[in-house]
Write a protein that binds this ligand. Structure first.
Ligand code: UDP
Ligand code: MG
Length: 341
């Protein structure tokens, strides 16, 4: 006999499972998408650079300009002239945060990639701590928010229930209160880059990739300056995106709702026929007729709409358009220079 504890003991000393060396210094890429962030970008660069210098490793800062209408791009170019660690990926228009982030990830070269919001809501000062967890052998180190300052009660509550719901209905387990703030190993980034779907529910994609992951707790700061690009309509669409990208449960709900209503109607139809045979058929029942027609009409429209949500997504995916187009790329000097101008 061969007890589990002994097997575990033997396995843990296997070199393939050993954590990374404590002093190991990977090259690091920091990625941040930015849309109209002229107020914070300078401060962002300053704080990230300070942290990176204190770590003392090779690094680059990949800034993605997501079609900003203010001076964000000009500022990025200024930062890059002053600092060869900066890569500027200028997209051809505004593609939205999810795609901008993917564009940034595609242009990273570091062994370890760190995703941050450029509005400084994700404090870069956590990077050393994230690196420590990476050294323990984890591929993904993600930030879990303890406190969400500067966000309304309503947003916090809806977010909470959304995470619960998606955990219930989909197979991938999306950790709750987790945003995009995370560290990823090169192979996790590579895996993510294989997922080229147009409808990018990033939290879900991150979770789909899997690999050994570990959370760390952090306090999400309020925006350093500027304005949030979110509103409740966007948040609602985001929720629909999340659900439809990861589960067909709503379609099943409509199937069962349909079955349920059909059985109910059958029973009611039998009752109506029986009544007509027993007591004749005086023309009455306008209210019940109206109620049934309206109810069924409503249920049908909702089901068709639901179907449409999925068909629309199929339509968008089968076109196989590139995720984004780059207007101009100015690469950093990490691991050899490259740029397309
Ligand atoms: N962002 C982007 N493209 C967009 C909208 C936002 O690249 O179309 C960036 C934005 O610059 C910021 C991050 O995504 O770095 C998060 O956006 P925001 O702060 O508006 O969202 P919130 O933090 O309020 O959820
Ligand atoms: Mg923000």
């Amino acid at each position: 006999d061969f007890p589990v504890a002994d097997q575990l003991q033997a396995a843990s000393s296997h070199p393939a499972l050993a954590p990374r060396a404590p002093g190991a210094m990977p090259s690091i890429s920091v990625v941040a998408p930015a849309y109209n962030e002229q107020e914070v970008l300078g401060e962002f660069h300053r704080r990230v650079s300070e942290v990176m210098r204190s770590i003392g490793c090779d690094y680059e800062i990949v800034l993605v300009n997501d079609g900003s209408r203010d001076n964000t791009l000009a500022l990025m170019h200024a930062l890059r002239i002053a600092d060869p660690h900066v890569t500027v990926v200028d997209l051809s228009r505004n593609f939205g945060k999810e795609i901008a982030l993917s564009a940034g990830l595609d242009h990273t070269k570091g062994e370890v990639v760190i995703v941050l919001d450029s509005d400084l809501q994700d404090p870069p000062e956590f990077i050393p701590q994230m690196l420590d967890i990476w050294r323990e052998g984890y591929d993904v180190v993600y930030g879990t928010r303890t406190v969400r300052d500067g966000e309304s009660w309503f947003k916090k509550t809806t977010a909470k229930y959304f995470y619960r719901l998606i955990k219930q209905v989909s197979r991938v387990e999306i950790p709750k209160d987790t945003g995009d703030f995370r560290l990823m190993s090169r192979r996790a980034v590579q895996a993510l880059s294989l997922l080229r779907e147009e409808h990018r529910f990033m939290k879900g994609l991150f979770a789909w990739v899997g690999f050994p992951s570990k959370p760390f707790l952090y306090r999400r700061d309020p925006r350093a300056a500027g304005e949030t690009k979110w509103n409740y309509w966007k948040l609602w669409n985001f929720a629909i995106e999340g659900i439809t990208s990861f589960t067909v449960a709503p379609l099943k709900v409509s199937t069962y709702l349909g079955l349920f209503v059909a059985v109910l109607s059958m029973v009611y139809a039998l009752f109506v026929i029986w009544k007509a045979m027993m007591y004749g058929d005086p023309v009455r029942g306008y209210p019940s007729l109206m109620a049934v027609i309206l109810f069924l009409g409503g249920v049908q429209l909702i089901s068709v709409g639901l179907l449409g949500e999925y068909v629309g997504r199929i339509f968008n995916e089968v076109k196989r358009r590139p995720l984004y187009l780059v207007n101009r790329l100015l690469g950093s000097e990490l691991a050899g220079e490259y740029s397309n101008d």
